[in-house]
Design a protein around this ligand. Structure first.
Ligand SMILES: *Cc1c(COP(=O)(O)O)cnc(C)c1O
Length: 404
C-alpha cells in the first residue's frame, strides 16, 4: 500500500516551516528532496570510508571504489543497460549532454542536420547550437501544438539522410508532456540518425528501459530522483561511447601518458577525468534504490491522482489558464492568471510557505511559443498530498485577491 504520510517521514525537510508556515514544496521539477536513507549514505561515506577511488592500495580506497562501482551497477540495472561501463557518471544532465555534443563535433560536417524538439530545456538546445556553429551543421526544430504535443507528422517530414542526430526530452520540465520517444527513436534509426533522450524529468516518474527503447544516449540528473546535486549519468551504447572522443583530459581517463602521446582508458573511465563526485555516485545509487523500494508503478499511479486533482481544482479558479494539456503528461502544472505576472504570484505563495517555480523554466522557446513571459509551475512528487494541493489553490486565490 502506498502510504504518503509514512513516506513523508523519510524527508526531514518536509517538516520545516518557511515564513512561519509549514513548507509546501511544489518545485520538484527543479530539484527533488532527499530522504533520510540517502542522507545517511552521504554521512556514512564521509564518516567511514572517504578516500580516492581506483588508485589506492589501501582499504579505504578499496571500499570507496567498491561502493562507487556497485552504485554504477545499480543504475545500470535500473535502466537496463547491457553493461555497467555504458553508464558514465557525470555531474548531471547538462554535463552528459555536453559530452555527446562535443564528441559529435568529430562526426558532423557542414550541412548535416540536427533536430531538436520545440520543448527542450536550454541545456538541450545550447550545446547543439554550439555544435552547429563549430561544424556548419543546421539545427531544425520539431514543432509542437497548443496542447504542448510534438507534431509527429512534421517530424517525419524533417527526417532525411542528412539528419545525423535527434535530441528530445522524454518529459518536458515546463509542460509535463511525455513525448512519444519510442516512435522518435525508431524513425530516426530508419535514416541512420542517432538519438539522445534527455531523461532528467522522466527519471523521477517512470523507468526507461534503454535496451527496449534502443536509444543511443540517455541522460539523468541524480538531484531530480531524490539524490544529491552535482551528480548524474550519461547512458550511451557501447559502440557510440567507444567512437566518441573524450570530453575532458586529466587523471583517471588515461591508460598511458608520455609527452609524445597519451592513450585513453577503457570505458567508462575515458569519460570520467579527474576525481569524481564519489559520494554523489554512491548516493545516486542509494536514491534509485530508495525509489525502487517505493515502486515506480505506485509512484506513477499516485502522482497521476495528484495531477488530476490539482488540475481540476486549479481550473475552478476563474481566469487561470494551464499551459501544457497533453493527453500523456506527468505531474507538472504550468499556469498563469490573466492580468497577473507569474513572479508576483510566486512571491505571495512563498510568503505562505509554498515553493513553486516562476519564469521560463530554462525553456524560453516554449514561452515565446505561447507569447508569455513565463508561468507559475507547480510540480508534484510522490511525497506531496491532496491537502497541499488545497493549500496551493487557496494561496493562488489569496494572491489574486491581493493583485487584482
Ligand atoms: C533539470 C533538467 C535539465 C538540467 O539538469 P541539470 O541537473 O541542471 O544538468 C535538463 N533537462 C530537463 C528536461 C530537466 O528537467
Amino acid at each position: 500500500m502506498f502510504d504518503v504520510q509514512k513516506i513523508r517521514k523519510d524527508f526531514p525537510i518536509l517538516g520545516r516551516e518557511v515564513n512561519g508556515k509549514p513548507l509546501v514544496y511544489l518545485d520538484n521539477a527543479a530539484t527533488s528532496q532527499t530522504p533520510q536513507q540517502v542522507i545517511d549514505v552521504i554521512v556514512d561515506y564521509y564518516q567511514n570510508y572517504n578516500a580516492n577511488i581506483h588508485r589506492g592500495v589501501h582499504a579505504l580506497s578499496q571500499e570507496a571504489t567498491d561502493k562507487y562501482e556497485q552504485a554504477r551497477v545499480k543504475i545500470q540495472k535500473h535502466f537496463n543497460a547491457a553493461k555497467p561501463h555504458e553508464i558514465i557518471f557525470t555531474s548531471g544532465t547538462t554535463h552528459s549532454i555536453n559530452i555527446v555534443a562535443n564528441g559529435f563535433s568529430s562526426f558532423i560536417k557542414k550541412d548535416d542536420e540536427i533536430l531538436v524538439s520545440a520543448m527542450e530545456h536550454h541545456s538541450n538546445i545550447v550545446p547543439w547550437q554550439m555544435l552547429c556553429e563549430r561544424t556548419g551543421a543546421v539545427l531544425k526544430v520539431i514543432p509542437m501544438n497548443q496542447e504542448g504535443e510534438l507534431l509527429m507528422d512534421v517530424y517525419y517530414k524533417l527526417l532525411s539522410d542528412k539528419t545525423k542526430l535527434i535530441f528530445c526530452n522524454h518529459i518536458s520540465n515546463a509542460l509535463g508532456t511525455i513525448n512519444p520517444i519510442e516512435e522518435i527513436i525508431e524513425k530516426a534509426h530508419h535514416v541512420g540518425a542517432a538519438v539522445l533522450i534527455d531523461g532528467a524529468q522522466a527519471a523521477p516518474h517512470l523507468v526507461a528501459d534503454v535496451q527496449e527503447l534502443d536509444v543511443d544516449f540517455y541522460t539523468v540528473s541524480a538531484h531530480k530522483v531524490c539524490g544529491p546535486t552535482g551528480q548524474g549519468m550519461l547512458y550511451g551504447k557501447e559502440e557510440w561511447l567507444n567512437k566518441l572522443p573524450p570530453y575532458q583530459g586529466g587523471g583517471e581517463m588515461i591508460a598511458e601518458v608520455t609527452f609524445e602521446k597519451t592513450t585513453y582508458a577503457d570505458l567508462p573511465h575515458k569519460f570520467e577525468a579527474g576525481t569524481p563526485n564519489i559520494c554523489g555516485g554512491i548516493a545516486f545509487g542509494a536514491a534509485i534504490e530508495y525509489m525502487n523500494a517505493i515502486g515506480f508503478d505506485a509512484i506513477a499511479e499516485y502522482e497521476h491522482e495528484l495531477l488530476e486533482y490539482a488540475t481540476k481544482k486549479l481550473l475552478e479558479i476563474k481566469g487561470l489558464k494551464i499551459y501544457g494539456t497533453a493527453k500523456n503528461k506527468t505531474s507538472v502544472i504550468s499556469f498563469n492568471i490573466e492580468g497577473v505576472h507569474p513572479y508576483d504570484i510566486g512571491s505571495i505563495l512563498d510568503k505562505l510557505g509554498i515553493a513553486v517555480r516562476t519564469g521560463h523554466h530554462c525553456a524560453q522557446p516554449i514561452m515565446d511559443f505561447y507569447k508569455i513571459p513565463g508561468t507559475v509551475r507547480a510540480s508534484f512528487s510522490f511525497y506531496n498530498t491532496k491537502n497541499e494541493v488545497d493549500i496551493l489553490v487557496d494561496g493562488v486565490v489569496r494572491a489574486m485577491k491581493m493583485l487584482l
